[in-house]
Design a protein around this ligand. Structure first.
Ligand code: CO8
Length: 371
């Protein structure tokens, strides 16, 4: 049974932080650090911290703002972390709640009742707890049928989730699968790290896949999909359940997001451009017949390079729409936000591609045609 994408859903947190607000807080922290350590800096024992800059952030990444669950504590130079109140086991967990909101949006857009969904996959970069699976909690609070499970392929979680859902439908396990990607990136971002404090934002997306016999007439045919991984330490977070077995390392910066951004840029751009070019060729789709590329939203310059390599010319914003200016990098959700917000002009037969890339390295490509 062939699967189609019937709808998408989006939940955006209410609080936005501009570059100027974030840089203001970071620079206040720098000033405080350099003042408190003035003697040690003068003796050459401590490296002074350098200020951050909004102009650098926008030029290097294209990011202008980001949405977050918790704004004020991130901007408080004495805290510089989100604060999200712990909930009792009787309350819905925050990650599941975001997934439910995005999931409801997707179901409403497709005119579906929750019980018509046979499976929920929560596919995201960071799961709130070890167990029970967040997806099973989403199943309970949404009221969906069948089964649910979590998966994590970092930034490529949503595209790998879509392809997994397609496999479940093709294999007869389900006729309708909801792939939710709740991303609380602020929870694993080091806001005291100048190189990366500006990169991420929070959001949740959802994608509803259904077998072709029940999908609505205006759904999206999945022409083909390609998944690629190649191990790299250039984007890494060592937080995990074994940390307590090595107490010396607890709370160290490597237990949050760390990357070698320049290497990622250089290595991932050719990997992704090559994957897209080969997959288009394998499906006899000339690049010029593509109407849109809903690319991963990490860096606008990266996307421009990828689009340029695939198309052989500069891409205009309608070909590769940008949402990272408003949302920053939302890990696996980024390409789905772009797809959700920029597909109204598609006519039957128009072809586009959803493409993710990031930690792992991992890259996922979903080629779609509007029915
Ligand atoms: N303000 C001012 N100057 C700065 C700042 C700052 N904030 N940060 C760095 N600089 C300076 C540096 O010190 C350097 O100065 P100098 O030349 O004097 O040494 C100069 O700016 C240039 O620094 P870089 O070479 O680091 O700057 P780049 O042009 O490479 O831009 C980027 C940095 C924007 C990070 C860029 O490299 C990039 O976007 N790379 C791609 C990254 C990427 O795509 N990563 C994917 C990660 S996301 C993912 O996979 C999901 C992981 C799981 C989710 C995690 C959630 C938290």
């Amino acid at each position: 049974m062939t699967a189609r994408i019937s709808s998408t859903g989006l939940w955006t947190p209410p609080n936005s932080i501009s570059n100027d607000e974030l840089v203001g807080s970071y620079n206040a922290y720098v000033e405080q650090f350099n003042t408190e350590n003035a003697i040690s800096i003068e003796n050459g024992e401590t490296e002074p911290l350098n200020p951050s800059s909004s102009a650098f952030i926008e030029k290097a990444s294209g990011i202008k703002a980001r949405y977050v669950l918790s704004k004020d504590p991130i901007l408080d130079p004495k805290i510089m972390e989100p604060r999200i109140k712990e909930r009792s086991n009787e309350e819905i967990s925050v990650l599941a709640e975001m997934a439910v909101w995005a999931g409801r949006d997707a179901l409403e857009k497709a005119g579906r009742a929750p019980e018509e969904v046979d499976a929920v996959i929560v596919a995201c970069s960071n799961l709130q707890r070890a167990y029970p699976a967040i997806a099973i909690e989403v199943q309970k609070y949404l009221g969906t049928s069948g089964f649910a499970f979590d998966m994590n392929v970092a930034c490529s979680s949503a595209t790998f989730g879509i392809e997994t859902a397609r496999g479940l439908i093709a294999g007869g396990q389900a006729k309708s699968v909801l792939v939710c990607s709740p991303e609380i990136c602020s929870g694993h971002l080091n806001f005291q790290d100048r190189d990366s404090h500006f990169i991420f934002g929070d959001v949740a997306t959802a994608v509803l896949l259904e077998s072709e016999d029940i999908a609505p007439p205006n759904s999206w045919e999945i022409i083909s999909a390609k998944l690629v991984t190649e191990f790299s330490n250039n984007i890494r977070n060592n937080f995990g359940f074994l940390n307590r077995t090595a107490p010396d390392g607890v709370g160290k910066p490597d237990k949050l997001f760390v990357q070698n951004g320049r290497s990622v840029f250089k290595e991932v751009v050719p990997m992704v451009a090559d994957m897209i070019t080969k997959e288009l060729a394998a499906n006899d789709i000339p690049p010029e017949s593509l109407k849109r590329m809903w690319l991963h939203q990490a860096n606008i310059n990266m996307n421009n390079f990828i689009a340029q390599k695939v198309l052989g010319k500069d891409a205009d914003p309608t070909m590769a729409p940008v949402v990272l200016d408003e949302y920053a990098n939302t890990s696996s959700a980024g390409s789905i936000i772009a797809f959700d917000k920029h597909n109204d002009d598609f006519k039957p037969g128009d072809i586009g591609l959803i493409c993710s890339f990031g930690a792992g390295y991992s890259a996922g490509l979903i080629l779609v045609r509007k029915s």
